[in-house]
Structure formats: C-alpha cells, structure tokens
Design a protein around this ligand. Sequence first.
Ligand SMILES: Nc1ncnc2c1ncn2[C@@H]1O[C@H](COP(=O)(O)OP(=O)(O)OP(=O)(O)O)[C@@H](O)[C@H]1O
Length: 191
Amino acid sequence: MQDPKVILLVSGKRKSGKDFICEKLKTKLGENICSIIRISGPLKGLYASLHKLDLLELMSDSPYKEKHRLNMIKWSEGERDKDNGYFCRAACAEATVTPVWIVSDIRRKSDIEWFKETYRGITKTVRISADLDTRKNRGWKFTKDVDDAPSECDLDDFNAWDIMLDNNNTQQLETAIITVLEFLHIYTNNV
Ligand SMILES: Nc1ncnc2c1ncn2[C@@H]1O[C@H](COP(=O)(O)OP(=O)(O)OP(=O)(O)O)[C@@H](O)[C@H]1O
C-alpha cells in the first residue's frame, strides 16, 4: 500500500479549534487529497470487540458508556504503556490513503515519535493556539483529571513545532489556513 506524501500532526489545547481548522483544511483540499485521522478513532471499537461489548451503546451518551468509561481508559493506558504505537497503528491501518493525512488529535510526545519513526521524512507538526478567554468563550471550563492529565498537558513543553497557528478570530483563521496550504505546497508536488 502506498503511503501519503505529507502527514500533518495537529495538536492544541481543548477548544483551540483543532477540529474546526482540520475540517476547513479538508474542505479546501478536497477528500481525494486529504483525510482526517483520529488516533482515538479505533479505541472504542477495539475495546468493544475485545470485551464483547455493544459498540453503538459504547459510542452513545448512555449509562452503558459511563459504566465502561473508566475501565476503557485504564485499558487504553495499559495498552499504550506496553506499546506506544498501538492506537496510532490502528488508526493508520483503517485510514484511506490520500496524499495528505491530517492527524487531528496528537496528544503525546510518544504519538509524534511514533509517526516520525514510522513515516520518516513526511511528518510535520502543527500546534494550534487560542487565548484562554477565546477558549472559554467556546465553552472550555477547567475540568479536573482532564485538563491536568497527561493527555492534555504532555505537549505543553514540546517546542519543535514545524508550524504554529493562532486561532482567536476569523482573520487569524484565514491566515492559518493560508499558512498550511502554502506549507503543503512546498512539501508536495500535486497538492
Ligand atoms: N476561528 C474560529 N471562528 C469561529 N469559531 C471557531 C473558530 N475556531 C473554533 N471555533 C469553534 O470553537 C468550538 C471549539 O472548536 P473545536 O471543536 O474545533 O476545538 P477543539 O480544539 O477540537 O476542541 P476539543 O479538544 O475540545 O475537541 C467549535 O464550536 C468551533 O466551531
């Protein structure tokens, strides 16, 4: 199977606008050129099949999901400890190969390391930032065990981003999209 030409590894704090920007980029590039991958995508499916659970119930906002949530988190942490590429590999295996992949939920240094080792020379890191007030206006509220957890904080001190984007307003959003499109143009011939 062919690999993509460029993989953008996108990270940002909650409500910085990761999904919003990734979807805009995908729309601009078109789905034949660009796919969005979520490392967290296969997690529930793997957990459900391993533990013979109902995936649809697990995906819903139901008491069933709440009942299994903690065990699912513990299981995923355990799998990641044993093999830090476990979920990255599963997400890539089920992704459609297009010239550009955008991984929209990069959360840990180990995620970046796995992609850089597995897809040498074609991974680029992107950090999206928004001010605290902007994030609050978008609905962010400090949540214990979420905002102070490694999944939210591990990349706070990573400082080797290839692209850094601010996303506080429409003007910055437009600049961000142009910046990434120009960057992709440098790294691919066909995009
Ligand atoms: N530049 C922007 N202009 C207007 N609205 C925006 C902008 N960026 C993000 N938003 C809005 O802010 C909210 C949060 O954005 P989004 O879901 O993309 O954040 P996120 O970083 O993916 O958050 P989470 O990590 O919690 O999933 C969404 O309602 C989105 O539509």
